[in-house]
Write a protein that binds this ligand. Structure first.
Ligand SMILES: [Zn+2]
Length: 322
């Protein structure tokens, strides 16, 4: 009896998952809601700041907000049938938990995080003048107990330096996705999500209410979603990188941060993070603070989202699970 039960499970379970995975892979999901997150915010979390000499002293939270707002406008203008949700539209503090919660509650199909990069700054110095100082030459006279220390003053010329923070030489835009080995956190976000996980079947919305992510089967299905989300995040990230490259900007490619990016893990949807430019690189800081640069970035990201959306939604484009 036990043997029979075991073999039944062995045959049934994988078959069931195969059908499920196949249905998911072949039925395109519509991109209906896009969540745009302006990274950081408020006095509690300003993010990185321009700190090199002659920097604009701009703050990451302001740059991310300006670009995110332009991106929201551009997405609405170019893809009118999608719902575009900004996590914030003003300078307010939000914890990463709150940001992820907004994305999950609005049932986003895409999560776009806007950030600006930074890095440790080296200290430089330059000579700004000279000054005369009195130094002492030490000599000794006598022997034994009578030994005496003699200090003879003399004048010396000393350089005067000014110290400053050197700007970063590194520049460019990079795109980040959640790390593969961190998919368990993504899995948890999926499992914590709506019990009535929405699945597209035959091009029509259907809700599989019988899905329980707490069961071993449900967990496997959640893992399929996590893998799928990662593939889709990677695909979109690649397109963003290509569109950045098309603007003539330095495109640094698609990366997986080893430490993991919490907000990308905690969202129940494909998610990417764009480091728009280095706030401590002079050209980049000026670019990400300029109307032109912000608009160019917003348009490049929008173009990538349009391409991604078209590819995902195209009924003719059946992408098998890689
Ligand atoms: Zn940041």
């Amino acid at each position: 009896m036990l043997m029979k039960k075991v073999s039944f499970l062995f045959v049934f379970a994988p078959l069931h998952l195969l059908i499920f995975a196949n249905a998911y892979a072949q039925t395109p999901k519509l991109i209906k809601t896009i969540v745009v997150d302006a990274g950081h915010g408020g006095t509690r979390d300003p993010g990185a700041t321009g700190q090199y000499e002659n920097s604009l002293r701009s703050q990451e939270k302001d740059v991310t907000l300006a670009i995110a707002l332009k991106l929201v406008d551009e997405l609405k203008k170019q893809i009118p049938n999608v719902n575009v949700i900004p996590t914030r539209t003003t300078d307010i503090y939000q914890s990463p938990t709150e940001k992820a919660k907004i994305a999950n509650e609005y049932k986003g199909d895409l999560f776009l995080c806007i950030h600006a990069d930074s890095g440790p700054l080296k200290q430089g110095r330059r000579k700004i003048g000279e000054r005369t100082v009195t130094r002492y030459k030490i000599s000794y006279k006598g022997k034994g107990k009578r030994k005496k220390k003699i200090k003879t003053p003399y004048e010396a010329i000393e350089s005067v330096y000014e110290y400053f923070k050197m700007p970063l030489t590194r520049n460019g835009t990079s795109v980040w996705i959640f790390a593969a080995h961190k998919t368990s956190a993504k899995l948890q976000a999926i499992m914590d999500g709506d019990e009535n996980f929405e699945i597209e079947a035959n091009g029509v919305d259907s809700v599989d209410s019988g899905l329980d992510f707490r069961t071993p089967e449900g967990r496997t299905i959640a893992a399929i979603y996590a893998k799928r989300f990662q593939e889709r995040s990677d695909r979109l990230a690649t397109m963003v990188n290509e569109e950045i490259e098309n603007t003539g900007r330095q495109a640094l490619g698609v990366n997986q941060r080893q430490k993991g990016i919490w907000v990308l893990q905690a969202t129940n949807m494909p998610a990417i993070l764009i480091e728009t430019g280095f706030i401590n690189n002079p050209e980049d800081e000026r670019y990400i603070n300029s109307e032109k640069g912000q608009q160019e970035l917003a348009e490049a990201i929008t173009e990538a989202v349009k391409r991604y959306k078209a590819q995902v939604e195209s009924a003719n484009n059946v992408t098998p699970i890689r």
